[in-house]
Design a protein around this ligand. Structure first.
Ligand code: SF4
Ligand code: SF4
Length: 393
């Protein structure tokens, strides 16, 4: 069944308020998606109560999964955002990422020529049609030193398991998720066109993403790829490689670990168990759950443009999440999304709890076990504004 139109949404909403009860904003402030829907349907909203309010949404879909009518409130938020953008009402904090997307093909202000620095020394070949997989690197994996380590660990795991893969290298450009979620419809359409052409022309049939946001974009918002390219998040492939014995986690990782479900992996795409199976395959690792897990996971605050708007909106979901993780006794927060890594790392710093808990991508933990302690050095080329925070498990 296709997604409901915005008009259908207004007619079917029960005004029950279940969405408002699930929204993470209400953990620290007051935010009312039910009322936004109501005011939109009655056309009685003000600039403040609707147009400005929609920019706070982190598109986490906590509301969508509990709505008794299955309404995707995220779609409504995006539709209003798109209208705002089309009338020149884009918030100032989105100017840098949107300009950077147009000029450099990434939202971080990174140089296009530096896109492959994350993979320095790993000998990842350019994709050819004979490869099984094309590895699509998220812009955050490529330019954020914290996430580069995860990308490098994943590439090492693929090489160890003798997976046949390559990358599009400099032909790679942002999947467009930030533009899509910020309501920059034309910018997103341009990136969809460009990436679709590049992937089809290169002969890609299976795409591996390092971010759940890229997965969501390619899987759900690229009509030209629908029947031609199967997209997978890296945790799905790692899960199979471990299950089939092509990756053997043999080294002890004696740590208490909790898993933070990224919104676009879990609630948006239904992938909850593969990451947990991977963690449970690691000897010595004790997996503990936070009270808010799986469908009920609390957003890190990085989606929907939150990675750029957090400070302007005074939004502290990642701090709440780190506090929740500390409450479980975990020493490590494992996750599987470059935005989550970035937001949670910042929150650990903000709380000053670096000596109690560290943030790790799941691929890093698996690599630590598979390689029995081989070090994965990040390539040392930080782009401006993406300072590195180094922690060791
Ligand atoms: S949970 Fe669904 S039906 Fe209820 S108010 Fe929210 S959008 Fe409407
Ligand atoms: S998507 Fe998340 S932040 Fe946005 S209204 Fe729904 S619950 Fe709130």
């Amino acid at each position: 069944m296709g997604r409901a139109t915005v008009g259908d949404i207004f007619l079917s909403c029960l005004q029950c308020g279940t969405c408002t009860g699930a929204c993470p904003w209400n953990l620290e402030a007051s935010y009312n998606p039910r009322r936004i829907l109501r005011e939109l349907s009655l056309n009685c909203g003000s600039d403040r109560s609707v147009d400005q309010a929609v920019w706070s949404c982190v598109t986490c879909n906590a509301c969508g999964v509990v709505c008794p009518r299955g309404i995707m409130i995220v779609d409504v938020m995006q539709a209003v955002r798109a209208l705002n953008v089309s009338t020149g009402k884009t918030p100032g904090y989105f100017k840098m990422p949107l300009d950077s997307l147009t000029q450099s093909g990434n939202p971080w202000g990174g140089e296009r020529t530096n896109r492959l620095q994350w993979a320095e020394g790993l000998d990842i070949p350019g994709f050819v049609p004979e490869h099984d997989y094309c590895l699509f690197t998220c812009c955050t994996t490529a330019y954020d030193p914290d996430s580069r380590q995860a990308g490098r660990a994943f590439a090492r795991l693929l090489q160890t398991a003798a997976v046949s893969f390559g990358t599009l290298g400099s032909r790679e450009t942002c999947c467009g998720d930030p533009a899509h979620k910020m309501g920059a419809t034309d910018g997103f359409a341009g990136l969809v066109r460009k990436n679709s052409e590049s992937l089809l022309k290169a002969g890609v049939h299976k795409l591996l993403t390092t971010s759940p946001h890229c997965l969501d974009a390619f899987k759900n918002h690229y009509p030209a790829l629908k029947d031609a390219v199967a997209s997978e998040h890296y945790t799905q492939l790692l899960d199979r490689l471990v299950a089939r014995g092509r990756l053997r986690p043999v080294g002890q990782v004696d740590r208490i670990v909790t898993f933070h479900d990224p919104c676009y992996l879990g609630r948006h795409n239904g992938i909850f168990e593969a990451p947990r199976r991977i963690l449970q395959s690691i000897p010595g690792l004790k997996l503990v759950e936070m009270p808010n897990n799986r469908q009920g996971s609390v957003c890190c605050g990085g989606g929907g443009g939150g990675a750029w708007s957090k400070d302007a909106l005074d939004q502290n979901f990642s701090v709440l999440r780190v506090q929740e993780a500390l409450g479980t006794g975990a020493e490590v927060i494992a996750t599987a999304c470059p935005y989550c890594i970035r937001m949670l790392n910042a929150a650990v710093g903000e709380l000053g709890v670096e000596d109690q808990i560290v943030v790790r991508d799941l691929a890093e933990l698996l690599w630590q076990s598979v390689s029995s302690g081989d070090d994965i050095k990040p390539a040392e080329h930080a782009e401006p504004g993406l300072e590195q925070e180094v922690c060791h498990v």
